[in-house]
Design a binder for this molecule. Structure first.
Ligand code: MEV
Length: 301
């Protein structure tokens, strides 16, 4: 059996603004989806969602991966087993991770010779097939790892402090939230365009701070970014509650990560208070995960 894994990601800065070409900084995190593959007589896909054949309802990403990989190689039958540390549909890039890890696992099994660039590109095509519209950010960061400035795809220094993720477990639709921001922007262009542009400016300022490891100032900017995300309507009571629980207990910073409206928030913490902040997030009703960033994108296990 061949096993590959790919990481999830958090946005340190710039979600939503990135949709309008503004800068964002995204960071791969050490929470991985593992995909194991072996040749078989039939197609079998196994995950916590069940055991299926090609099934675009239960396992849409992996089903499309198999179909797409059939353009490169004959795949009569394969058994694919998925295990994930990433909560599904919560803004941590779980769909990109399963897609990228599946492509790389089949790439190794069938010796297709796909490069990392090919994997990121194919992964993005598959995300678009399933979601209708998706930015290439998640699949790119999951493939390449590291801290990445978008849209330039420039690798920055790693973030050398704990990252605590808080999951509200409240469902949110990225498509709907992106649509809401688009409507707000066309209703009030003179107000909303500068907000999006200011979010982009924050990422530009932060690039140098990431290189310097100045997490205190990065944290101040993340908190400003959070205020601007609230201003464009992508916050919610559950996210705010976790954000303030983290900040009130000494987090360097806390903000939404991803589309908002539910899903996850992210906090940067000092080495000695990650546990306390995770506890505060749990007490405020969220599920906390302590993690760190990772330089490694998709890899063979
Ligand atoms: C969602 O994780 C991030 C958004 O910026 C949408 C996107 O970039 O596709 C809200």
């Amino acid at each position: 059996m061949i096993t590959c894994s790919a990481p999830g990601k958090v946005y340190l800065f710039g979600e939503h603004a990135v949709v309008y070409g503004e800068n964002a900084i995204c960071c791969a995190v050490e929470l991985r989806t593992k995909v194991s593959v072996e040749k078989s007589d039939e197609i079998i896909i196994e995950s916590i969602l069940g055991r299926t054949r090609l099934d675009h309802d239960t396992h849409p990403y992996v089903s499309y991966v198999i179909e797409k990989m059939r353009q490169f190689v004959d795949i009569p039958g394969v058994r694919i087993v998925i295990e994930s540390e990433l909560p599904v549909g919560s803004g941590l890039g779980s769909s990109a991770a399963v897609t990228v890890a599946s492509i790389q696992a089949l790439n190794h099994l069938y010796e297709c010779g796909l490069s990392l660039e090919d994997i990121a590109k194919t992964g993005h095509e598959i995300e678009k097939m399933v979601q209708g519209n998706a930015s290439p950010t998640d699949t790119y960061v999951s493939t390449m790892g590291g801290v990445v400035m978008i849209p330039q795809r420039k690798k920055l220094e790693l973030i050398n402090c704990p990252i605590v993720v808080g999951n509200t477990h409240k469902f949110s639709s990225t498509k709907q939230l992106v649509g809401n921001v688009s409507k707000l922007r066309s209703d009030f262009p003179s107000v909303v365009e500068p907000i999006l542009s200011n979010i982009g400016q924050i990422s530009i300022l932060a690039e140098k701070l990431v290189a310097e490891g100045d997490y205190e100032t990065i944290g101040k900017l993340m908190n400003i970014n959070q205020g601007l995300l609230d201003a464009i309507g992508v916050g919610c009571a559950e996210l705010s509650s976790l954000v303030y629980a983290a900040r009130d207990n000494g987090a360097i910073s806390a903000k939404i990560t991803g589309a908002g409206g539910g899903g996850c928030m992210v906090a940067l913490t000092r080495e000695d208070n990650a546990e306390a902040i995770a506890k505060a997030i749990e007490n405020a009703g969220g599920e906390a995960i302590i993690t760190k960033n990772t330089a490694e994108g998709v890899r063979l296990e």
